[in-house]
Write a protein that binds this ligand. Structure first.
Ligand code: SF4
Length: 156
């Protein structure tokens, strides 16, 4: 991957990385080894997304993915005949969604053990980033995308 692309990649994925950092911190309140596992699982889920969804997206082949997934994967994933973006997207979204929901389970476990301001602040920050800032950010990306039949943001 060209090194001059790294700042752009970090900028475009900054909120997602922030969410994973907050999620890791939330899980770490309960268990540090599980926090490392959460981080590894989140990264693996993104690689799975690249393999399952991205090859069926026009941006991947054209090298115009805003998130830079064509660069991160080295363009290595190829589409399988007979599969479409519309079919693949819900599978990939379900897999990558683990990064959004696992920290909520651990926040709940942490509160079952007792209230802590650290957990409360981390949870609030996580909720704001994961369920408000990130959806708004991807909506901005989606609005600029010309893919008409995208199940995430279908165009009229
Ligand atoms: S725009 Fe989305 S689906 Fe398309 S290559 Fe980028 S991350 Fe993958």
């Amino acid at each position: 991957m060209p090194t001059e692309e790294i700042p752009k990649l970090l900028r475009e994925n900054a909120w997602q990385l922030t969410m994973y950092a907050l999620g890791t911190a939330l899980v770490a309140i309960v268990s540090c080894p599980l926090a490392i596992l959460y981080l590894a699982l989140s990264l693996a889920s993104n690689i799975a997304y690249m393999a399952i969804v991205c090859p069926y997206c026009g941006h991947y082949g054209l090298g115009t993915c805003k998130a830079g997934f064509h660069l991160l994967s080295g363009g290595n994933f190829k589409p399988a005949p007979g599969k479409t973006f519309v079919q693949q997207f819900p599978i990939g979204a379900g897999i990558v969604g683990v990064g959004w929901f696992i920290p909520l389970i651990f926040a709940w476990i942490s509160f079952m053990r007792g209230f802590s301001w650290l957990a409360a602040i981390l949870l609030l920050a996580f909720l704001i980033v994961a369920f408000w800032i990130l959806p708004k950010d991807s909506q901005r990306h989606c609005a600029e995308c010309e893919m008409l039949d995208c199940p995430r943001y279908p165009k009229k």
